[in-house]
Design a protein around this ligand. Sequence first.
Ligand SMILES: NC(=O)c1ccc[n+]([C@@H]2O[C@H](COP(=O)([O-])OP(=O)(O)OC[C@H]3O[C@@H](n4cnc5c(N)ncnc54)[C@H](O)[C@@H]3O)[C@@H](O)[C@H]2O)c1
Ligand SMILES: [Zn+2]
Ligand SMILES: [Zn+2]
Length: 370
Amino acid sequence: MRAKAAVLWGLKESWQIEEVELDDPEPQEVLVSMVAAGLCHSDEHLVTGDIPIALPAVGGHEGAGVVEKVGARVTSVQVGDHVVMSFIPSCGRCRPCASGHQNLCDLGRHLMLGTPIANGIHRMRAKGQGLAPMSLVGCFASHQVLHEASVIKIDPDIGLDKAALVSCGVATGWGSAVHTARVEPGDVVVVVGVGGIGSNAVQGARNAGARAIVAVDPVELKRQSAQRFGATHTASDVFEAYSLVNDLTRGELADSAIITTDVARGDLLGPVLSLVRKGGAVVVTAIAPFSQAEVTLSLFELTLWQKEVRGSLFGGGNPRVDIPKILTLYREGDVLLDELITRTYPLAGINEGYQDMRDGRNVRGLLVFD
Ligand SMILES: NC(=O)c1ccc[n+]([C@@H]2O[C@H](COP(=O)([O-])OP(=O)(O)OC[C@H]3O[C@@H](n4cnc5c(N)ncnc54)[C@H](O)[C@@H]3O)[C@@H](O)[C@H]2O)c1
Ligand SMILES: [Zn+2]
Ligand SMILES: [Zn+2]
């Protein structure tokens, strides 16, 4: 069939809207008609080359839509089902999946190659070239063919525009606090960078019972919006946050700090490590450039105050558990989704949407398909 998609042909270029050819689904695949897709910073990492996937690529890994066709061996969804994409495919059988770590599923080996799990042949083509789907999802497209492992059925009463956000940003941020930082009632938590992911780390920390949540961001709009999601205090940089946290805890310092800045920088880790107490943890959710290998932090402090630095992929959660759970929290008013969407764009407005993200104008921009 013919579809429309936002394609990245080369590094540091803008997204081009192309008419594309899309194949029928293979036996374990589904055809999804997209309804909405979030403008997560991770797709910007494709543009900058921080995440080195093969180009040309069709972007988008945070989305939701309706199943239009299913392959003969698909068992988990039917035509007409509402689905949220999972940027981490999960097989349910590999060692990580079987031990409750679906976010680390071995199917993840296909992510950077961008080649379909079923047979390695691209399903989408433009100008005669195969297009690698970002995170095997590629939801900056009117339609997409995805492996069953990359889609999760959800209840039809939840708006697919809101559900799209839970696909990556909400689940990743929320889980960074709940699963990776392991926030407990009464904790003091710092979230460094309160855009699409960090705002949801704030929500996760609030759900987990934190008594104080310090949102750090140089952009005033982000500091203000973080308060709607549960931030009790704000600071424009880590050093300002230090004196706040010091006062809030009588010098004990924060239980955990979560880094959700646009790009993970090696020189930020040291100051953030200094925000947490003895035995405290720093969670790194932001993604650094692939080639970035240097980090500055006090190893003395790490060892003698027994601090921890923890990476977090998909918030350390299980997509098939956390996505439905967060949607239930939304339905019950405990997680806010509507307030995350600053502005919506048609597919053709994608470059404007990303410019708004770079300029700090959006908590989350959202593409909405016709
Ligand atoms: N680990 C994962 O599974 C995962 C999943 C999705 C996204 N990510 C990554 O998370 C990061 C955040 O993504 P996003 O979509 O929220 O981006 P975003 O652009 O919406 O938000 C980033 C925020 O960081 C702020 N910021 C920049 N420098 C800062 C600093 N020095 N101190 C404090 N705040 C600062 C910006 O003002 C902005 O508000 C990106 O690196 C993205 O790739 C990781
Ligand atoms: Zn994302
Ligand atoms: Zn698996």
